[in-house]
Write a protein that binds this ligand. Structure first.
Ligand SMILES: [Zn+2]
Length: 82
């Protein structure tokens, strides 16, 4: 899959109740770690959701807003393990 825009979402809700998060890059479900920290901007919070499997992330902060950082997957030179 060729991603045409760097800021496309990398996670989507998944499951009948939408309570799960699925990584659109590597397909992992519920392997997303979310963190929330007081922002270095001095107000508000920085939030981050990062896939434990491939490292793709979505982040938000009070200054720049939402941003996605898709990882390269599968990793170059690494065999995909089932
Ligand atoms: Zn992933």
């Amino acid at each position: 899959m060729t991603r045409t825009h760097p800021d496309e979402p990398v996670f989507e809700t998944h499951g009948p109740d939408g309570a799960s998060l699925r990584c659109l890059i590597c397909g992992a479900v519920n392997e997303v770690t979310t963190t929330e920290l007081p922002s270095m901007a001095g107000y508000g919070n920085d939030t981050a959701a990062r896939c434990d499997r491939c490292g793709s992330a979505e982040t938000t902060d009070p200054i720049f807003g939402w941003h996605a950082t898709p990882a390269t997957w599968p990793r170059p030179g690494e065999q995909h393990q089932p």
